[in-house]
Design a protein around this ligand. Structure first.
Ligand SMILES: Cc1cc2nc3c(=O)[nH]c(=O)nc-3n(C[C@H](O)[C@H](O)[C@H](O)COP(=O)(O)O)c2cc1C
Length: 184
């Protein structure tokens, strides 16, 4: 026991660990800050409501899931205005943003019904809006929807990959702000 305690002590000393306990002192902000230490890319997920109204939302909760079949996921806030649209969509697209698309990210991160007003996009044969000038766009068929607390975990099977600007640099999100890769 003595040794264990010593190991803990020496670790704390070396790395100046500040721990936050579960319970009273574990706030939502602590949790959000901890998650913000994980750097991600930024995507806009797009779909079509009632075959006529394009919907889109900025997300950084994208993850690849499976190679066979090719599955990806994102998590959508149950309070998002686009929540109902994505819950019933049979298809959607994941548009991975480039470094110079921060304004596009901000556009799709606000609650508005005219997000597509000044945006360059095409509608695929399957009726899904896809944004122009992204790094890559993955078109997906809805595969599964799982509950995830105040979010819903939406899993899609990738049916087509559109390589748009694979040599461009990605837009990054870290500690609650946009970031870019360091230059070479
Ligand atoms: C960089 C970034 C990442 C975001 N990631 C997510 C996410 O993964 N899931 C989510 O539900 N909202 C996320 N949001 C917030 C939504 O984009 C925002 O709530 C948006 O207004 C939702 O649009 P809607 O209400 O029209 O559906 C993110 C916002 C930003 C700026």
């Amino acid at each position: 026991m003595g040794q264990r305690r010593m190991q803990g002590k020496s670790l704390r000393k070396r790395w100046k660990v500040e721990s936050v306990q579960m319970g009273d002192s574990f706030t939502a902000l602590d949790f959000r800050s901890a998650c913000g230490q994980f750097a991600t890319g930024v995507c806009v997920v797009t779909g079509m409501l009632d075959n006529k109204s394009p919907v889109g939302v900025t997300i950084n909760s994208f993850s690849s899931v499976s190679l066979e079949p090719p599955l990806v996921l994102f998590c959508l806030d149950k309070n998002a205005l686009s929540f109902d649209a994505f819950s019933i969509a049979s298809r959607f697209a994941v548009n991975i943003l480039a470094e110079d698309q921060q304004a596009l990210s901000n556009n799709f991160a606000r609650q508005s019904d005219d997000k597509f007003a000044d945006i360059d996009y095409q509608v695929t044969e399957e009726g899904v809006p896809v944004l122009e000038n992204c790094l890559t766009v993955m078109e997906c068929r809805m595969y599964a929807v799982h509950d995830g607390g105040d979010h819903q975990i939406i899993v899609g099977e990738v049916s087509r990959i559109r390589k748009q600007r694979e040599d461009a640099r990605p837009l990054l999100y870290f500690r609650g702000g946009y970031n870019a890769l360091a230059s070479d």
